[in-house]
Design a protein around this ligand. Sequence first.
Ligand code: PLP
Length: 411
Amino acid sequence: MRLAEIEATLPADGAEALRRAAEAAGLHTRRVEEEALLLYAGGNAPRVAREFPLLSAQPSMGYPGDKYQAGLEPIDVIEVTVARLVADVMGARFAEIRPTSATLANLAVYTAFAQPGDTIAVLPDWAGGHLSHHEIGAAGVRGLRVVELPYDTEMLDVDLDRLSDLLDGERPKLVVIGASLMLRPHRVGEIAARVHERGAHLLYDASHVAGLVAEGRFQTPLRDGADVVTFSTYKSFAGPAGGAIVADDPGVMERCSAAVYPGLTANYDVGRLLPLGEAALAHARSGGDYADRCIANARALAAALAAEGLAVVGGGTDSHHVAVDVRALGGGTAAARRLAEINILLSEIGCPAPDGPDPAGAIRIGTQSVTTQGFEPADMPAVASLIARGLLEPTEALRAEVAAIRRKHPP
Ligand SMILES: *Cc1c(COP(=O)(O)O)cnc(C)c1O
């Protein structure tokens, strides 16, 4: 096992062990910045460095003007300002920016809208339903009963025809849409109408697409009827690691906020707020340009992968995501490992294939990092060719080709 292997070679001296860990950090950074194609969907190329490192160890509990600690008036200014910027860019009235991850943001929404023993309805794992939506994750921690939404593998969305029956039969308090693979927008309005008719709430988890939503692209989940939107702040949103919740209804936001504090956080990393505000402002100023470039790169890549003979899930994409069905190539886990050998970095994902959904049958690509680095649609045929060849046999020569493409867009 990897863990035992590392432990066995760990230097006894703590300082020496830490020096080796720092060396590993340096190696990884160099690899990502100079040699690798960074195609993970759940991350981004860093854009803003942190000023004011002191803020990361700054205790701050409670609401602006009503803090547990005295003397935090300047911190109130940071919190109110960044929450405003995040709410505005997400098209929302209110934002809760303290959750340290989207997993905790989701748990806060569960806490607000469902009691232990209640039922929630979520997307299956093979359709991109996230760990935090399922009993193995945050939903289980809240003691919720989880049922799966009916899914249309042709539309790549909730099956609207079967949704009403599911809602009538299972009576979920909360329905969760938004997934770890987002090739098509959800039909939020139609889903929301059916959910609200039955007195339930609708959560849209925009973890992956928040950067697109923030630029007015892909879809407008709150305007279309979702009661609350959660997201990771470091994926397409391109901010520091963390989570956020946005909503329009003050009552909804109050319940979610109370779950965040005092429910699930006490102090938190105030140091990430200014970079989060920068990320929000960058989306506002981009006016759709960054989102459009991410989507154009994804579409060019999907077309080039299909031209290489690979099975592109859904035949293409409306977002910055692309997925390739690799069930015939040993599955997503093995495929992602083969590509990592030539420094193409991505991960497995569920495959919503009409002829046999598979929770790890695909690989998933996100174009947000390479877009940040300056890659353009014209680069995508070469990237697709490397993916296609690397899936068959990762060789030293391919690794050198990957590094050469990366160096066309230096850090
Ligand atoms: C990544 C992801 C999350 C979890 O985000 P963290 O910030 O890593 O906790 C939640 N939901 C979906 C759909 C995701 O893809």
